[in-house]
Design a protein around this ligand. Sequence first.
Ligand SMILES: [Zn+2]
Length: 181
Amino acid sequence: MAQRFLLSSSERKLSPIKIACLSYTEAFSILHELRWRSKNEQVCPKCGVQHQAYFISTRKQWRCKHCKHTFSITSGTIFANHKLPIQTYLFAIALFVNAVKGISACQLSRDLNVQYKTAFTLSHKIRESLIVQRELFPLSGEIHIDGTYVHSAPRPKNKKAERVDRPLKENANSNIRGGAS
Ligand SMILES: [Zn+2]
């Protein structure tokens, strides 16, 4: 899903501003079409049969007519057992794929208004899905890639004894006006 997500024209319409304004029903139908390429048919994640499964509207879940397995829009995906609204996940994907130089978990947590840990896990899940997709759909044809700068020196160890508490008055930079206040 992740790679085609970037490439196909239908997914390019997923701009963060549009996603931010989506209602639950709209986000649900977008996810449905992204996942199953269909408006009314689902693929059972257990037996893999594509059909119009029985929809349990109160739970927003489907029951497979072949194996009686109950599944939701996110079952079997990186968002399975999700706790945040599905709009948040769509918004996270939109931010993630639009951030050309990458997006930090800190920024994601501010943008999504979630805890840092949640944003960290979420961004790792999205990265992980990219790796899986890379194996499933190898690139072909003319490929353009961006470069990146990686520092060769290893990061110094973050030792507690050597840490400087910057907000403290004695450690503040005296060159910055108001820095010590
Ligand atoms: Zn099934």
